[in-house]
Design a protein around this ligand. Structure first.
Ligand code: NAP
Ligand code: GLV
Length: 309
């Protein structure tokens, strides 16, 4: 069995070493143009040339949860694309989102400013029931985030494409459920995949449906958010602010207004990192399973071509 690794922005050697150790019978190689044809590919944002050349693949493993970069390429027909299924990401996402929600709810930015000014001042406690958190996307990460938020007793709403029933979460679904979901939400968390349907979903028309004083947390993809609409709605006072981890252009260009906006907190696409050890274990187990004839329907994280996630 041959495995080929082609990941931009990733140090290859530790992945090659890890995959070789996890798949002792396999040949694991770094892609270079005109490489020998492989059975399985482990990729992140590969060039189109990779798929043009690798014409014998039986499975494509993405070393992230989001496959939006892959979906822009011309992929070999009928070859399954398998994304990371948690692999240690969901607990990181739960930490990040709870931190952002609590930082906003408890006004820690304000306390930090007071401390810096040598001021000992209390703020009136806020009422938790006034801060329902709406999670867009109830997949692997969204559901884990809902569970974590429930531990802090925030009311939690969720929105997904198909109908869901999740203990303690008021679930909305589809286009028809979006307006009610947004109207009931004070803190919005975006955990959707980026697809042609969800692109620009965080635009004025939708953001202005949120409760007055709402707060936006985008941890999915920069392409979900219309940057100028967010800034206009914060500056008009409809939105209280935002925490953003993902951007249309990464790294965020130095001149972008998000860097300096006093009500926007940014982080460099770090809310849930790919953990190499966990990911290698997961990918190696799935490669072994496919190679020994396990049905693709029994493998978690297979991307549905029609849906794009
Ligand atoms: P997932 O398990 O595939 O879940 C996706 C969820 O979004 C599902 O609940 C799905 O609904 C819902 N959805 C998709 N299209 C929709 C639509 N048109 N309308 C309403 N709901 C829709 O994905 P995941 O593993 O949770 O990851 C989610 C995303 O997080 C990834 O795609 C990636 O972009 C992002 N991410 C970011 C980071 C970071 O560090 N910032 C790290 C990891 C992942 P159904 O349940 O009905 O299918
Ligand atoms: C990171 O953004 C991922 O999709 O895993």
């Amino acid at each position: 069995m041959r495995v080929i690794f082609c990941c931009t922005d990733t140090k290859a050697q530790p992945w090659l070493d890890g995959l070789r150790a996890a798949l002792p019978g396999a040949t694991v190689e770094l892609w270079q143009p005109d490489a020998v044809l492989a059975d399985y590919a482990v990729v992140w944002s590969p060039p189109q040339q990779f798929f043009d050349e690798q014409t014998a693949l039986k499975g494509i493993f993405n070393i992230g949860a989001g496959v939006d970069a892959l979906m822009k390429l011309l992929l070999p027909a009928g070859v399954p694309v398998i994304r990371l299924d948690d692999a240690g990401m969901s607990v990181q996402m739960a930490e990040y989102v709870c931190h952002a929600v609590i930082r906003h709810f408890r006004e820690f930015n304000g306390y930090e400013a007071d401390t810096a000014a040598g001021k000992w001042s209390y703020r009136k406690p806020r009422v938790r029931q006034d801060f329902p958190v709406g999670v867009m996307g109830l997949g692997v990460l969204g559901q884990r985030v809902c569970r974590a938020l429930q531990q802090f007793e925030f009311p939690v709403w969720g929105w997904s494409r198909s109908e869901k029933s999740i203990d303690g979460v008021r679930c909305f679904s589809g286009e028809a459920g979006l307006a009610d979901f947004l109207a009931a939400t004070r803190v919005l968390v975006c955990l959707l995949p980026l697809t042609p349907v969800t692109e620009n979903i965080l635009r004025r028309e939708n953001l202005q449906r949120l409760q007055p004083g709402a707060y936006v947390i985008n941890v999915a993809r920069g392409g979900h958010l219309v940057d100028a609409d967010l800034i206009a709605l914060i500056d008009s006072g409809h939105l209280a602010g935002a925490t953003l981890d993902v951007f249309r252009q990464e790294p965020l260009p130095p001149a972008h207004p998000f860097w300096r906006h006093p009500k926007i907190t940014i982080t460099p696409h770090t809310s849930a990192r790919t953990l190499r050890t966990e990911s290698i274990v997961q990918i190696a187990q799935k490669i072994q399973a496919l190679h020994t004839g396990v049905a693709i329907s029994a493998i978690a994280g297979v991307v549905q071509p029609g849906k794009g996630y």
